[in-house]
Design a protein around this ligand. Structure first.
Ligand code: GLP
Length: 262
């Protein structure tokens, strides 16, 4: 796990977007796993800027979103379909048929989730998966207690998550209590994971995920099992990390590229 503490939200967003663009520059037809929430907004903004001003190309990219609320149609302003369209897809050149987001209105959850998993495999697997973190330590909607081997499925949201996400809805009662979400096992199969965290409200979850034990009670701790994961955060989100000086020391002393043998 590479832990990168940035001075502020904007720097975090730009650095993380740079990681995404590096993948697209080496593999133009990469498969990206995408996340929603307020945290990745700055990253999407920077990717849109890179597309408009520096020609970052999405014409061959395929995407899979992590999750969607059950019961919300694509046109609902709080649906993740709507979020992705407004904040990202409508500003870049991705072909609509390359975009995958779990359906909030499917009547057959089991069949839909099995299809979603199959599509990921058919597309060659996810090259880079973006992630946020919930204040209860969840990734996607894998709430505390989710199996670390879980796959895409319907999940009941934790009360804490409903409370956290109520700010986007008119009233708390409007927040759906179910979601379709990629599982922790699905996420761990991505070739690279990139988790973003911002603000004091995430500090405890971030510390537990990075420095606590691997546990299904904090599903973000599963990143400790992944061979290629990066965690970007601002100072506030890093405020409860005990080993912060060491993470900085690592960033300041990165080994150079391997030299050819004489
Ligand atoms: C939701 C999403 C998560 C996201 C989390 C944090 O629960 N399902 O994928 O990481 O919110 O959101 P925010 O970035 O708004 O704090």
């Amino acid at each position: 796990m590479e832990v990168i503490v940035c001075s502020a939200y904007q720097e975090m967003s730009v650095q993380a977007a740079h990681e995404v663009s590096k993948v697209l520059n080496t593999k133009p037809n990469a498969v990206l796993g995408l996340a929603t929430g307020s945290t990745p907004l700055g990253l999407y903004k920077e990717l849109v800027r890179l597309h408009k001003e520096e020609g970052l190309d999405f014409s061959q990219v395929t995407t899979f979103n992590l999750d969607e609320y059950v019961g919300l149609p694509d046109t609902h302003p709080q649906s993740y379909h709507y979020f992705m369209k407004q904040n990202f897809f409508q500003h870049i050149n991705i072909p609509p048929q390359n975009v995958h987001i779990p359906s909030g209105t499917t009547r057959n959850h089991l069949a839909f989730c099995a299809w979603y998993e199959r599509r990921i495999t058919e597309c060659g697997g996810i090259d880079l998966q973006l992630l946020g973190i919930g204040s209860d330590g969840h990734i996607a909607f894998n709430e505390p207690g989710s199996s670390l081997g879980s796959r895409t499925r319907i999940k009941t949201l934790a009360k804490e998550t409903i409370q956290d996400n109520a700010r986007f809805f008119e009233k708390k009662q409007d927040v759906p209590i179910y979601a379709i979400t990629m599982g922790v096992g699905t996420i761990l199969e991505a070739r690279k994971l990139l988790l973003l965290a911002s603000g004091k409200s995430k500090a405890a979850a971030v510390a537990a995920a990075i420095e606590g034990p691997v546990t299904s009670m904090i599903t973000a701790s599963a990143l400790q099992l992944h061979p290629n994961s990066m965690i970007f955060m601002d100072k506030e989100a890093a405020s409860q990390l005990k080993m912060r000086d060491y993470y900085q020391w690592i960033q300041d002393n990165k080994p150079g590229a391997p030299q050819p043998e004489p």
